[in-house]
Design a protein. Structure first.
Length: 643
């Protein structure tokens, strides 16, 4: 583990300025390299707040700016994407990353180790801060209690990720770090693990207000603590079935408190949640907001360093292939559900016969000879994101200088060739939205502000619906009403009231930079009137019969809505797992398919080849081997013992 120093590097969690929601005017924004000595941290309110900001520093990706002493440069993306999304198979990858699609991850996996280290680094800061706070005598009581609530909420945040990913982990308490306690056993059972998290969140919720301290968005709030608390109650119900009724009823209470007392409401336009101006909008409960302000071309800046656009952008447009989206996910949407087009861009997919031809340099190679009938016909060729990223006004694929697509382009087929392997020709626009992964962006302008959500209001709505179904039966009208409310937004029925003008400021700045036309309307078409939305219960009753799901209709409804709502968000796998839906999902949405996975066979074939059998035990991922080497009191999860 990292040594926990009593000097905190203080970094601003947000520096979004005028591009953020006009409703939120103040942000947790302090000089990035201010140092506060440990013995001075609690001399006054100002220093104590700076110390707390040193904990928030760990919410952000860090780029080893201290010469390699920090844990990694990818927290907030790779460890979280790989554990929170890839196991569902709705997001996909190539290379060794695809081990997370087949439950082939091991204790030596770098992302698991990095995520573990980063979380414990954050926990160590929380524990040291809470120890000093207990002894502090010079702080204003209200400031002291709020800071305690924030630190407890942040400690619970890091433990939640560890518990959802690894099951039981070593539990460092107030004052403990891996320096003071270099060897520490894991929690003896799931109850001890989740009870600790629950206690922190219950206390945090009592100490915090709905509005962040000093009006600074980026600080933990009552809403954040309650949303994670409800999640923790549900996880304990899943892990400790004997507590199920008690825990789910407690979750219902806190979720209703959020809905009835909190300041949250749905953003009228689903797509706008990921716009720069959508940061900390009324739907947002807790997010990691990445933006370096106006620091164009500042590669040393931590948020530029993570460079989301290159991790998740179209490979032919300069992306690296860390994330693709599956055709099974693309095809799960009903006609008229606008969440699909708001979440992705596809290649100009067609089916082709291949043969010998000349490449762009006149050399003989294999290429597309003629278009052939497409038996699948799952791609919407009329969609605004077909072969195009509408936010960047950028075509997807390889183009010749004359503007015509090259016959060697990879993206006009179901699977492109990424890093030497086939991968679906679909890319997320939740993350790859505000900066090009091609052209002059390599040498200029890596500015890509984005919100990575940990909790949005729809998390609360679907979790509450699940708890109501579990405790009060499948016909619960309130639960179906919550689902239908989300679907109403999904089909665009809140968009006629959506004022998109302030959202165009950043997009027009991008357009100016790349010489594209200015936006006068939102990049995706908006509804001007209301449309009919299929009733959720009727639709999912039909889908259950069609696909053969074994789960009750309500569970199919809740979790299929999660797939549509939370694709490329780190909550997807944990939410589906605690619901007990993962096995049903893998079995019926990704049926065993031994279709060859080589590039030639996959070019005109959309579906995912699956050969493994889902094993629920493996969802407690392996404790990293580095931890087992240095902590002799820590043991391995059962599914990986002897492997």
């Amino acid at each position: 583990m990292e040594k926990m120093n009593k000097i905190f590097i203080v970094a601003g969690l947000l520096s979004l300025g005028a591009l953020t929601s006009c409703n939120n005017e103040k942000f947790l924004d302090v000089p990035q390299y201010t140092l506060v000595a440990g013995d001075a941290m609690f001399e006054n309110d100002e220093n104590a707040k700076k110390g707390m900001t040193g904990i928030y520093d760990m919410m952000l990706p860090n780029n080893n700016e201290d010469g390699g002493q920090n844990t990694d440069g990818e927290w907030g993306l790779k460890p979280n994407l790989f554990t929170g999304c890839h196991p569902t198979m709705d997001t996909q990858a190539t290379g060794w990353d695809k081990d997370f699609l087949t439950q082939s991850w091991t204790a030596d996996n770098a992302e698991l180790n990095k995520g573990w280290n980063h979380a414990y680094h954050g926990l160590s800061r929380c524990n040291t801060f809470l120890e000093g706070l207990e002894k502090a005598e010079n702080l204003t009581p209200s400031v002291k209690s709020t800071l305690e609530g924030e630190a407890r909420a942040c400690r619970a945040f890091f433990y939640t990720w560890l518990a959802q990913t690894f099951g039981r982990v070593p539990m460092l308490r107030t004052g403990e770090t891996y320096t003071t306690n270099p060897e520490k056993e894991r929690a003896k059972d799931y109850a001890e693990m989740w009870d600790f998290i629950i206690e922190d969140l219950e206390n945090a919720a009592k100490l915090l207000d709905w509005k962040p301290m000093d009006g600074q968005y980026g600080r933990a709030t009552k809403g954040m603590a309650l949303a994670f608390l409800g999640d923790a109650y549900m996880w304990k119900a899943y892990r400790c079935p004997e507590t199920k009724s008690e825990m789910l009823n407690k979750a219902i209470t806190v979720y209703r408190q959020i809905l009835n007392e909190g300041p949250y409401k749905l953003n009228p336009c689903f797509a706008a949640n990921w716009d720069p101006a959508g940061a900390w909008n009324p739907e947002c409960i807790w997010a990691e907001v990445l933006d370096q302000g106006d620091d164009w071309n500042q590669y040393q800046n931590r948020t530029a360093f993570m460079m989301l656009k290159w991790f998740v952008g179209c490979t032919e447009n300069g992306g690296w292939g860390t994330e693709f989206l599956s055709w099974e996910w693309y095809s799960c949407y009903e006609k008229g559900d606008k969440r699909r087009d708001a979440s992705c861009a596809t290649g100009l997919v067609k089916c082709w016969e291949y043969g010998e031809m000349l490449d762009d340099d006149g050399n003989k190679t294999e290429g597309r000879i003629k278009e052939i009938e497409d038996p699948w016909k799952i791609v919407d060729t009329t969609a605004p994101n077909y072969g195009y990223n509408p936010y960047l006004q950028e075509k997807l694929g390889k183009y010749n200088p004359d503007g015509k697509m090259s016959p060697l382009a990879q993206s006009p087929q179901y699977h492109c060739l990424a890093n030497g392997e086939p991968a679906p020709s679909i890319w997320t626009t939740k993350l790859w939205r505000t900066a090009r992964a091609s052209g002059n962006s390599w040498g200029y302008g890596p500015w890509a502000p984005i919100s990575i959500y940990w909790k949005r209001l729809p998390n609360v709505m679907l979790d509450l619906a699940e708890c109501l179904f579990e405790t009060q039966g499948e016909d619960n009208a309130e639960a179906w009403g919550l689902i239908n409310e989300l679907r109403d937004r999904a089909f665009g029925n809140l968009e006629p009231d959506f004022d998109f003008t302030r959202y165009l400021v950043h997009y027009n700045e991008i357009a100016t930079n790349y010489g594209e036309k200015q936006f006068t309307t939102y990049p995706l078409p908006l509804n001007t009137g209301k449309v009919a939305v299929p009733d959720a219960k009727e639709y999912y009753t039909s889908l259950k019969a069609k696909k053969g799901f074994t789960s009750p209709v309500w569970k199919v409804a809740v979790n299929e809505e999660r797939r549509k709502e939370f694709n490329s968000e780190w909550c997807l796998r944990p939410d589906m797992q605690k619901s007990g839906y993962m096995a049903d999902h893998i079995e019926h949405n990704y049926p065993i398919d031994n279709h060859a996975s080589d590039y030639k066979s996959m070019r005109n074939y959309p579906w995912t080849p699956r050969t493994f059998t889902y094993d629920e035990r493996k969802m407690d991922m392996p404790i990293p081997s580095d931890e087992l080497l240095r902590n002799k009191l820590c043991d391995q999860n059962d599914a990986y013992v002897g492997k």
